[in-house]
Design a protein around this ligand. Structure first.
Ligand SMILES: [Cu+2]
Length: 269
């Protein structure tokens, strides 16, 4: 597998790219996001959706890190490289986050941008995706051909109070394991393929959910500027990505940040 190496040093003056709340995207931004996903889904090689969704789960090897100390770093790297592939198709696109703590999410569940069956007279590429044939073969009998969702009651999604309790934790490993618990709950809440690790990343909502998780890590870093990732983790590699844990610690070094992170760090907006 070829995965582009991380640019060794971001050009100091290059502007940061800002990830946004799905709810705040304007029409042309939604159109660009859908266009990028559509392009990704139309490509069969390692620039395309099937390849990138397959890195997380099936086909083998399954690279994702869950319930290990590398959970946050591995998924930060995954989102970073996947977002670069979307930018190849639509340079202005950034991954948006789904704030499942918001009052709006507690009414509607999945963001409408990701749940509408159609967009502009075409199937909405954010509503789901086909699953790699090799993944189906390896998954055996009953393996899904396409993603599905079976969401629970929106009112039972995690709350802003749940996240604020996490943000108060002072130790990285405690914070990470409790955040992973909330993350797991949203996968289970989503039902269908989102609740199955081998297939979860074939659903575009996976990236909006994980973007929220990555944002919460960023908010925690701002809240606890002296709290650090344990030194023994920093030199760990994050295969298949050509990057170490240390290189994932600063989102600004990776060239991005979360919109309004300083003026509106609260959750649930
Ligand atoms: Cu996940």
């Amino acid at each position: 597998m070829t995965v582009a190496a991380l640019p060794a040093q971001r050009v100091a003056q290059a502007p940061l790219s800002y990830r946004k709340n799905v709810k705040m995207l304007r029409g042309p931004q939604v159109a660009a996001l859908r266009s990028a996903y559509r392009a990704s889904m139309s490509i069969g090689d390692d620039r395309g959706w099937q390849h990138w969704a397959g890195i997380h789960g099936l086909p083998l090897p399954m690279y994702c890190q869950h319930h290990t100390p590398l959970f946050l770093a591995w998924h930060r790297a995954y989102l970073y490289y996947f977002e670069l592939t979307l930018k190849e198709f639509e340079p202005t696109v950034t991954l948006p986050w789904w704030d499942w703590t918001s009052a709006w999410s507690h009414r509607v569940g999945f963001p409408v941008v990701y749940s509408a069956a159609e967009a502009g007279g075409q199937p909405n590429p954010l509503a789901g995706g086909p699953i790699n044939a090799l993944a189906q073969q390896q998954g055996g009998q009953g393996a899904p051909h396409h993603t599905s969702r079976s969401p629970d009651d929106p009112a039972t999604l995690p709350t802003a109070a749940d996240v604020n309790a996490l943000l108060a934790l002072g130790d990285f490993l405690d914070f990470q394991s409790q955040l992973e618990g909330i993350h797991d709950n949203v996968h289970v809440w989503s039902g269908g393929t989102m609740a199955e690790i081998p297939y979860a990343a074939y659903d575009p909502i996976f990236f909006a959910h994980h973007c929220m998780i990555d944002r919460i890590w960023r908010l925690w870093q701002l809240r606890h500027p002296t709290a650090i990732v344990p030194a023994d983790l920093l030199n760990e590699a994050l295969p298949p990505f050509n990057i170490t844990v240390a290189q994932t610690v600063s989102v600004n070094a990776l060239g991005y940040d979360y919109a309004s992170f300083s003026s509106r760090t609260r959750i649930g907006s």
